[in-house]
Design a protein around this ligand. Structure first.
Ligand code: FAE
Length: 526
């Protein structure tokens, strides 16, 4: 790697200040050594999710040397196995003492830099992935291309034909998207929840669709036949999959590393950014260990900086840097944020006398209910698994609605934390849709609104898909360069204006491909 390093080592006093998280203060029982280091690099990417992985691959293929900073762990390199839902362990949560799944958090943990994090705001909790591969490590792998009409509505300035003929097919291939075999779905006891969900939806007059995924369904068939170790059929998903799932570390990032031009620095958390007089950037970071203790303070100097820290991570970096050291940002940064219409709901007493939704469940969803064309109640919902190790006769759904009212993200100087203007008024129409959906399903099939899973049966405050706040063509130019900057780019979910009507990673990946292709062609990185 062509770069200079200056290392200064100093023994720092015993102080909670040198720990990232207050709940691990007790780990600070002995003084430890913290080094200080300055590193020069031509191009730095912060964050290794979809936007970061695409940027890394295309820049490395173009012969550019890239350093990628990721606050989470490189799990494959570390050789630590992921935990499953029924036996949470190291990978289950980002430095927490208890599990942080959407419900049933009865498990204690020793704080570790796990794959799943939950960000708490007044009226909403946002789950994100941490580690080399970002959200791809923890997500359900649902690889859904948005409806073309809605894509055009959300991105009126993009050439939708080019996206549907080129970028979407390209990313489906790179991400290794595939579809479950219908006969396997019909026969496999682990998909009873999908079969029941689809039968009930049809009875209630809804249309269902098959949902593609990045999980290798041929591998899953072998799991079922006990020919290979089990993953999706062993309750692995939101704490990582040991097998089967084509997460980004197995696709884009693997290819980028193979070029020899990429260096990934895991457990490196960017804290803030400074714009220098020569229009280069200084990124102040902390290198931590797996307990969250700071091992080194590192300063990176780069000519070109790409922010791919995910919607909330990128907004945190921009808004914090603006507050603490006047990093210039456009007034639109933080605006046009949305939860992608996420609204969870569920039903209890689903076929209680005939085995319910099944005691064995695959963690990989393959079915969806498409009610998007209904002008009164437009929504798409995933028929979600609920693998609890026994039959709970409960159906779980993650609705994706339109977002009629957008939120705004700001930075609170006093608490040094992001703030989100988001309340019940933002989710009112989503709740109406969820009520309509559950009522129609129960009327046709029996069952009750799920008080077992959610307070009053509705999870309005659960968000897996934070989007927007740094919207393409608003806070950035047409290809992700932040307005008012010459060398700072944003390439991740924050470019999408709060909604895309389906699970978002296919769109995030396609937009990143589109932007980085143009930026490279325009010689932005020479
Ligand atoms: P993301 O993948 O979040 O990557 C950002 C990366 O930046 C992470 O690795 C962070 O650790 C890292 N980072 C953040 N701040 C810093 C910092 N200061 N310094 C260094 N590194 C930093 O960004 N979407 C689908 O399409 N289908 C699904 O089935 C699906 N299921 C989901 C299930 C769960 C439980 C969750 C949480 C999400 C799910 N999603 C799903 C959403 C999807 O994973 C998410 O939209 C994308 O991962 C966002 O991609 P980005 O590139 O924006």
């Amino acid at each position: 790697m062509d770069r200079k390093r200056f290392i200064k080592t100093s023994v720092l006093a015993l102080s909670g200040f040198y720990f990232l998280y207050s709940d691990i203060f007790q780990a600070a029982q002995f003084p430890h050594i913290v080094t200080e280091e300055t590193i020069e690099a031509p191009i730095i990417i912060i964050g290794s999710g979809y936007g970061g992985a695409v940027s890394a691959l295309r820049l490395c293929e173009a012969g550019k040397k890239v350093i990628l900073l990721e606050m989470g762990l490189h799990w494959e390199k570390a050789g630590i196995p992921y935990s499953n839902l029924l036996k949470p362990g190291k990978s289950s949560a980002w430095l927490k003492k208890k599990t942080i799944a959407p419900f049933m958090n009865i498990f204690s943990l020793t704080p570790f830099t796990g794959t799943l994090d939950r960000l708490e705001f007044d009226n909403i909790s946002i789950w994100v992935g941490r580690g080399v591969g970002g959200g791809s490590l923890v997500n359900g792998g649902m690889a859904v291309t948005p409806k073309e009409s809605y894509f055009r509505e959300v991105f009126p300035d993009l050439d939708s034909e080019k996206f549907y003929n080129h970028y979407f097919p390209l990313v489906r291939e790179e991400l290794k998207v595939n579809v479950i075999d219908e006969q396997f779905l019909k026969d496999c006891p682990y998909y009873k929840f999908t079969r029941v969900g689809e039968e009930e939806a049809h009875k209630a007059g809804f249309k269902t669709i098959r949902v593609p995924n990045v999980y290798d369904f041929k591998y899953m068939e072998k799991e079922y036949r006990n020919e290979v170790p089990r993953s999706a059929l062993n309750t692995e998903v939101i704490y990582g999959n040991n097998y089967g799932k084509n997460s980004l570390d197995k696709t884009y990032l693997k290819k980028a590393l193979e070029t020899g031009n990429l260096e990934i620095l895991d457990l490196h958390k960017a804290d803030h950014i400074q714009l220098n007089d020569d229009k280069s950037y200084t990124v102040t970071t902390q290198h931590i260990n797996t307990s969250g203790q700071v091992l080194a303070h590192k300063t990176f100097h780069c000519k070109k900086l790409i922010l791919s820290a995910g919607t909330m991570g990128t907004l945190q970096l921009l808004l914090k840097s603006n507050t603490i050291n006047n990093l210039p940002i456009d007034e639109k940064v933080g605006k046009n944020w949305g939860n992608n219409g996420n609204f969870m709901t569920g039903r209890n007493w689903v076929r209680p006398l005939s085995g319910g939704t099944g005691s064995k469940q695959s963690t990989i969803p393959v079915g969806g209910i498409d009610n998007w064309e209904d002008p009164e109640h437009a929504f798409f919902t995933e028929i979600a698994p609920l693998p609890m190790g026994m039959d709970v006769a409960t159906a779980l759904y993650l609705l994706i609605n339109r977002v009629d009212k957008k939120g705004e993200v700001t930075f609170d100087k006093t608490n040094q934390a992001l703030q989100l203007n988001w309340n019940e008024s933002h989710t009112a129409k989503m709740k109406e849709n969820a009520k309509y959906f559950v009522r129609k399903m129960n009327n046709a099939n029996g069952g009750t609104r799920s008080h077992f899973l959610f307070n009053n049966g509705f999870g309005a405050d659960i968000c897996y898909h934070p989007l927007g706040g740094c919207v393409l063509g608003e806070a950035t130019d047409a290809f992700g360069k932040l307005k008012g900057h010459e060398n700072l780019y944003v390439l991740d979910g924050s470019l999408i204006p709060g909604t895309i009507g389906v699970n978002p990673f296919v769109t995030i990946t396609a937009i990143a491909e589109y932007c980085i292709e143009h930026l490279i062609n325009q010689n932005e990185f020479t």
